[in-house]
Design a protein around this ligand. Sequence first.
Ligand code: HXC
Length: 260
Amino acid sequence: MEYTLLLIEKNNGVAQLTINSPQTLNALNSAVLGELECALYELDRDNDVKVVILTGAGEKAFVAGADIKEMAAMSAFEGQQFALKGQRVILMMEKMNKPVIAAVNGYALGGGLELALGCDFIYASQKARFGFPEVTLGIIPGFGGTQNLSRRIGVARANELIFTGKMIDAAKASEWGIVNEVFAPEELLPKAQETARSIARLGTLAIASAKNAIANGLNMGKEDGFRYEASLFGVLFATEDQKEGMGAFVEKRKAEFKGK
Ligand code: HXC
């Protein structure tokens, strides 16, 4: 599909997906959400893509939130449908078989932070700012933020961010466990690419199973999660990649994974 609001570049098994409407700080309107849904669907099915990096165009923002001008005129029903549309994108990233890394280059506010939290982990530039300003607009996070932030960093810190609407910088976001690592602005994408390429060289079935075990396990009780992990673990012994990975270790050579 042709995209007008997204840029997609593919190299060495890594797709860099850039939200490209910097004049509105990459705000998420219905059209961007629709394109994101299609693009993620296509990237999940593209065998040449092993890892996705999600970022925002321009100097200032990753995504400054859902489009306030579009939301301002919505009815209650339209608001609910808009939240569900964004949630589909977040859930799609969680359900994808490949990792999605957020490279947060600037503001990640409201729906922008929710989009980043839907990714498997977040790298940030020193210029990044994070927050949930929804309450200052008379609403609450609606793209899964109340659920994902509290699961990721704990209820008390999530409560503070969501109730105050305040912004925190990248260092604080890192201390709170929102961000895995903070880089100088010019280092952000090269570092995200480096990590993505190192994952892309590994066995895609093992990575998909690990993502699946972690994401689905969080929705289960602990013992069910353990059982689920063991069943995925067992299935990997039916793959060529497991034979190759363990064979290469025994033969003291580098493994060449095929994703089979
Ligand atoms: C629509 C937005 C926008 C947004 C910025 N713009 N954020 N348009 N929706 N979320 C537009 C501005 O209107 C402006 O366009 C242009 O982008 C540049 O923004 P400025 O405000 O001039 O930039 P600056 O002064 O640097 O301030 C940056 C900012 C501020 C602090 C990020 O833009 C801001 O507070 N934005 C809103 C952040 C926010 O509240 N996000 C949460 C939204 S609610 P013009 O045409 O005027 O020049 C949400 C809910 C999610 O996300 C769940 C939904 C179900």
